[in-house]
Design a protein around this ligand. Structure first.
Ligand SMILES: C[S@@+](CC[C@H](N)C(=O)[O-])C[C@H]1O[C@@H](n2cnc3c(N)ncnc32)[C@H](O)[C@@H]1O
Length: 497
């Protein structure tokens, strides 16, 4: 699915105002010309009702409640006969399962553009769509608002069957409270990313509310267009929106295709196929009847998958897995101010995170480590080190400074070990984290979140363990090499004495 965070940041600069209104009032609205709006939003367990009838905002993610209505509507609306059907599955709750033998290299789906939601989609409430477009609202917030608008129209929207089959509470970190993020993701840098993302959604909503919704309350009543419904629609976008490379990277919600779950073992991805004029993917392995068919949501780390999609693949099964390692300049460094200024010049800050993989770490990380440990006598090299530490520069990154190689590796090792001890602490206490829950529902949610956090922390710590092993070995080899050289030197000295 799409590279979500990047898109959100570049499409709308949110105001980041903290004035959120999460309460939904109790009055009737004149939003829809066709019927009155009734709003019941379930978010974080709370249900808010605005009128007699309620907007369902999708269905339970683990139910097949609306799946057959969705399939029927899709085929009546032009989706060609499929070799797959929506079923309950072991991985991903609901998914698409092969009905017939499917060959490797076969094209599947063929969802026509008329069944795809993009920023150009026709609004059931055209006036509302016009206003957003006039205000140059970027694609992501535009589609998020569109989804809320269409959901609130229920049966009057042409997307009713699609929206009814969407999950009422998409699994994404958007739905974790600050306390849950602090409690479960304390050790992982994903916590920061989740907070940043939640603030972006809140900022985006506040910006739209101030600039547009508050000026047109009859078209965008707060009972419907509020932070809870935005969390829902952004949760849907984060977990289902796709970027279509053959349509110039256009982002789209593709009904039916968005029932496909992710596997780290496959490389098949969704795209627009010019010859068949539909959204397709090409299988990279055969499937037998009854087997779940998968696509790839992209080469994402376990943390990124949890952030957008709310799941963590089994430990050791994701070849794209990585962990963000935080590195910081030491305050006691004699050249601290000078180094910091250069880091800032290259768009970096005093603490920088770099992705570590089981297979190694980026050259930028090594450049940062060189800068952090380099003595005042290497002042002339600081600039090139800071430039190479930034991935925004075209500067030569593959720098080597043999004279400080050992200190740089030791610096990375120390940072790895500091991170490992945070994970150790969390994983040791995680067993006793849930003793204070009172209701079974709350207990289930807590256990579920805790399990996700434990899985994430185990997979991130595993990468750090591997890096620790490699770094220790490299340092040991360097030190024994140095010792041997020293002994040879001593031998020569004795000989000449
Ligand atoms: C594009 S939707 C796929 C359809 C979804 N299973 C449904 O029932 O609506 C993405 C969501 O499916 C689930 N999912 C996808 N791949 C998964 C996997 N490998 N393991 C667990 N859950 C997965 C996650 O909840 C994710 O947010």
């Amino acid at each position: 699915m799409a590279e979500t965070s990047r898109i959100l940041y570049t499409t709308l600069t949110p105001s980041f105002s903290q004035t959120q209104r999460t309460h939904v009032g109790q009055r009737q609205l004149s939003f829809s010309r066709r019927h009155q709006v009734h709003c019941s939003v379930s978010a974080g367990g709370a249900t808010r009702t605005a009128a007699t009838e309620s907007i369902p905002w999708g269905c339970e993610i683990d139910s097949l409640e609306n799946a057959s209505a969705l399939q029927k509507w899709l085929s009546d609306s032009g989706l060609p006969p499929q070799k797959m059907a929506i079923e309950k599955v072991n991985v991903g709750e609901r998914g698409l399962v092969a009905l017939k033998n499917i060959r490797k290299g076969e094209k599947l789906l063929f969802v026509p553009p008329s069944l795809v939601i993009t920023a150009d989609a026709e609004w059931s409430s055209p006036e509302a769509g016009e206003i957003l477009k006039r205000n140059s609202v970027p694609d992501w917030p535009l589609i998020a608002t569109y989804l809320i608008s269409e959901a609130s129209l229920m049966k009057s929207s042409r997307w009713n069957n699609y929206i009814s089959a969407l999950p009422r509470q998409p699994y994404s970190l958007l739905y974790w409270s600050q306390a849950e993020l602090d409690r479960y993701l304390e050790a992982s840098q994903i916590r920061e990313r989740a907070i940043e993302r939640i603030n972006n959604v809140i900022g985006t909503y506040n910006d739209l509310r101030l600039r547009i919704f508050s000026k047109h309350p009859s078209l965008f009543p707060e009972e419907v267009f509020n932070i809870e419904t935005f969390k829902w629609s952004f949760g849907i976008l984060f977990s289902r929106l796709v970027r279509l490379p053959s349509m110039d990277g256009k982002v789209a919600l593709v009904p039916w295709a968005d029932m496909l779950n992710h596997s780290c073992d496959v490389e098949a991805f969704l795209d627009y196929d010019k010859s068949s004029k539909g959204i397709v993917f090409t299988t990279d392995r055969p499937y037998q009847p009854g087997e779940q068919v998968f696509i790839s949501y992209g080469k994402k780390s376990n943390g990124e998958l949890l952030l957008s999609y709310g799941f963590v693949p089994k430990e050791g099964t994701n070849p794209s897995d990585s962990v963000e390692l935080p590195l910081s300049l030491k305050k006691s460094d004699k050249c601290y101010a000078e180094k910091l200024e250069l880091l800032k010049k290259h768009g970096l800050s005093v603490s920088q995170c770099y992705p570590m993989q089981v297979t190694g770490w980026p050259l930028e990380l090594m450049a940062y480590a060189y800068l952090a440990v380099s003595p005042p006598s290497m002042r002339g090299k600081f600039e090139e080190m800071a430039a190479a530490a930034s991935n925004k520069t075209t500067a030569k990154k593959d720098l080597r400074y043999p004279e400080i190689e050992e200190q740089a590796l030791q610096f990375i090792l120390d940072s790895c070990e500091a991170s490992i001890s945070k994970y150790n602490k969390f994983l040791q206490v995680s067993g006793s984290l849930d003793l204070d829950v009172t209701s079974p529902k709350q207990l289930n949610r807590r256990l579920f979140l805790k399990q996700l956090a434990v899985d994430l922390c185990n997979s991130e710590r595993r990468i750090l363990f591997r890096a620790q092993y490699i770094l220790r070995r490299r340092l040991r080899d360097m030190r024994t090499g140095e010792l041997r050289a020293l002994r040879i030197f001593d031998g020569f000295r004795n000989l000449f004495q």
